[in-house]
Design a protein around this ligand. Structure first.
Ligand code: TYM
Length: 331
C-alpha cells in the first residue's frame, strides 16, 4: 500500500545550526520510517535575499551532504534541489492568483525580513509563503515537519488548499504540520540573546552552534551562553530564557527529559550545565561531522543523488500540476 507523503525543506543560506537539527531534521530522520519522504534544498527561497552565486553553489552541496550525514537516506527518501523541478514555480503562479495581498502582508517573517533588508524589499519576500505552499501541495503532502517559526506559513498553506479544493474540487491533500513543542526543540533560542530565535543568518556566530563547528568552538560558545543572575537550574522560558534554552539543548542532545535534567542538576551551578551541554552537543555532532567530511569529498556522487531525486520529484509534481491545470480550465 502507498504510504502518506512527507515534504520538508531548508533554505541554503547561512549555516545549518543545532536549531535546524532539533527543530526539523531530527524529525525528518525519524519520520522516514513512516512516510514516503521528499527533502528539498529550497534554493528559490534563498534568493529572496542576495546570494553570491559561487558561494550558493558550494553551500548547497554542503547542505545536501549534511542532510545525508544527519541520517536522511538517499536510497529511501527523495533529496532534490527545488530549482531542478520547475513545477514548483508554475504551481506558485496558479496559487498566487488565489492568495490575497492582506494574507501575505501580515506574515511575521515578511515583516521581520523587510525590517532587516530595507535595501532589498523585493516581490519574492512577499510571495515567499506562496512558493512554500506550492512546494508542499505539489506532492499531495500529508506531513510537514518544521520548526515552530513556520507555523504561520503552514496555516496559510492549509487555507490555500481548502480555498482551491472548495473552488475546483478535491485537488490537494490537506497537509498537517509536525512541530515539536518549544521544550522539545521546536524553537531553539540564540545563545547570547536567548529572547530571540537561533538563526542561521545571524551576524554574530556566537549566537548559534553550526552543525560544522569544531568541538572547541562549540565548547567556547556554550561557556559564553547567557544565563541569569539567579543560580537555580529550572525550566522557565519566561523568566529564565537562557537556562531553559540550555536545558532544551541538553535534552535534545542526550534524549533525557527536562524534568530528569532539572532533578540531576539540583545544587549544581550554571558552569556545570554549560560544560555538560557543550560535551553532549560535541558527542551528537561528531559522527555527523565525520560522515559529512566523507560525503563532501565526492561531489560527483552528491550530484548523482540530486539528479535522481529531481527525476523522481518531477514525476510526482507533474501529476498534481496537470490535475490543477485541468481543474482550472487551462487547456
Ligand atoms: P529555514 O531554512 O529557515 O529553516 C529550516 C527548518 O529549521 C527550522 N528552524 C528552527 N527550529 C527550531 N529552532 C530554531 N531556532 C530554528 N530555526 C529554523 C525551521 O522551522 C525549518 O523547519 N520556509 C522554510 C523553508 C521551506 C519549507 C518549505 C519548509 C520552504 N518551503 C516547504 C517546509 C515545507 C524556511 O525558511 O526554513
Amino acid at each position: 500500500m502507498a504510504r502518506d507523503i512527507l515534504f520538508s525543506g531548508i533554505q541554503p543560506s547561512g549555516q545549518l545550526n543545532i536549531g535546524h537539527y532539533l527543530g526539523a531534521m531530527k524529525n525528518w530522520v525519524r519520520l522516514q520510517q513512516d512516510f514516503d519522504c521528499l527533502f528539498s534544498l529550497v534554493n528559490l527561497h534563498a534568493i529572496t535575499q542576495r546570494q553570491e552565486p559561487a558561494e550558493l553553489k558550494k553551500r548547497s552541496l554542503d547542505f545536501v551532504a549534511l542532510y545525508i550525514a544527519c541520517g536522511i537516506k538517499p536510497e529511501q527518501s527523495v533529496i532534490f534541489t527545488q530549482s531542478d523541478v520547475p513545477e514548483h514555480s508554475e504551481l506558485m503562479w496558479l496559487l498566487s492568483c488565489h492568495t490575497y495581498m492582506g494574507e501575505l502582508e501580515r506574515m511575521t517573517q515578511f515583516k521581520d525580513k523587510t525590517a532587516k533588508n530595507t535595501d532589498n524589499i523585493n516581490l519574492g519576500l512577499l510571495a515567499y509563503p506562496v512558493l512554500m505552499a506550492a512546494d508542499i501541495l505539489l506532492y499531495q503532502t500529508k506531513a510537514v515537519p518544521v520548526g515552530n517559526d513556520q507555523k504561520q506559513h503552514l496555516e496559510l498553506t492549509r487555507d490555500l488548499a481548502t480555498r482551491m479544493n472548495n473552488r475546483y474540487g478535491d485537488i490537494f491533500t490537506l497537509p498537517e504540520p509536525y512541530i515539536p513543542s518549544v521544550e522539545a526543540g521546536g524553537r531553539i533560542m540564540s545563545l547570547l540573546e536567548p529572547e530571540k530565535k537561533m538563526s542561521k543568518s545571524d551576524e554574530n556566530a556566537g549566537n548559534y552552534i553550526a552543525l560544522l563547528d569544531s568541538p572547541d568552538v562549540i565548547r567556547k560558545k556554550l561557556k559564553k551562553a547567557v544565563t541569569d543572575t539567579d543560580s537555580e537550574i529550572r525550566y522557565d522560558r519566561e523568566h529564565k530564557a537562557g537556562v531553559s534554552n540550555l536545558l532544551t539543548l541538553l535534552s535534545g542532545a542526550t534524549g533525557k527529559s527536562i524534568s530528569t535534567l532539572e532533578a540531576d542538576y539540583v545544587g549544581k551551578g550554571y558552569g556545570h550545565l554549560k560544560v555538560d551541554t557543550g560535551e553532549a552537543i560535541v558527542a551528537l555532532l561528531e559522527p555527523i561531522q565525520t560522515e559529512f567530511a566523507r560525503l563532501r569529498n565526492d561531489e560527483t556522487e552528491l550530484n548523482v543523488i540530486l539528479k535522481s531525486g529531481a527525476d523522481k520529484a518531477r514525476a510526482q509534481a507533474r501529476n498534481t500540476l496537470e490535475k490543477v491545470k485541468t481543474a482550472m480550465g487551462l487547456l
